[in-house]
Design a protein around this ligand. Structure first.
Ligand SMILES: Cc1cc2nc3c(=O)[nH]c(=O)nc-3n(C[C@H](O)[C@H](O)[C@H](O)COP(=O)(O)O)c2cc1C
Length: 190
């Protein structure tokens, strides 16, 4: 039997969501899936989600919004995504906040992103990102250091700081793989 095909499309501004997409790729490939990973603003016109058995969409929160090209992707393909196993992983600073209200807000924004496109993914996961001081210009580094100090995060600007919970990423990837397998098994007996 041919391996089940999974597409991962992600948006990133500073690289952490690409790192998470790559880990999900690794985990699903290890489970035997045939995985394609693409950045959302580098999709060839030939790429069509309908040719996959499952689609994972990722985006990062920058200034209260996700990448515009990811918004466009889910709006364009919502009806195809609704007809197959699909999931959204939303990467943000607030997902890793010590403040429960901020974590709730991160989840609310992720839900709203999907709902506003008319997309109903099987899973929505809110994942903490990173502070990538070395990738910011001096002004952004200064702003992010102030925000981080306020939030109880690291203010050591000589390096980047990762807040991603990799065991959460693993549970999410394995859970999604199981959903794809289930959906295909059900389709086979119908
Ligand atoms: C300029 C900038 C703006 C950000 N705005 C938000 C925000 O509004 N809400 C939030 O929760 N996190 C915010 N963050 C944190 C990012 O979501 C976090 O750094 C994430 O890891 C970025 O993912 P990426 O590296 O894939 O772009 C911001 C980060 C930067 C650098």
């Amino acid at each position: 039997m041919a391996p089940h095909r999974v597409l991962i499309v992600y948006g990133t501004s500073y690289g952490q969501t690409a790192r998470i997409a790559s880990r999900i790729h690794q985990l699903l490939a290890h489970q035997g899936f045939d995985v394609t990973v693409r950045k959302g603003d580098e999709l060839g016109s030939a790429l069509n989600p309908v040719s996959y058995d499952g689609v994972l969409v990722g985006a990062s929160m920058i200034r209260h919004g996700y990448q515009q090209y990811m918004r466009a992707f889910v709006h364009r393909h919502a009806s195809i995504l609704n007809g197959m196993p699909s999931a959204f992983f939303a990467v943000s600073g607030s997902a890793g906040s010590a403040n429960g209200a901020e974590r709730d807000e991160a989840k609310r924004l992720a839900d709203r992103f999907c709902r506003s496109a008319g997309w109903q993914p099987m899973m929505i996961e809110s994942i903490a990102g990173a502070i990538a001081y070395t990738k910011y210009n001096w002004l952004l580094r200064w702003v992010m250091k102030r925000i981080s100090a306020r939030e109880g995060g690291s203010t050591d600007t000589s390096r980047d700081h990762e807040y991603t919970d990799w065991s959460q990423v693993e549970r999410f990837a394995v859970g999604f793989g199981a959903r794809v397998d289930e959906a295909l098994a059900l389709a086979a007996v119908r």
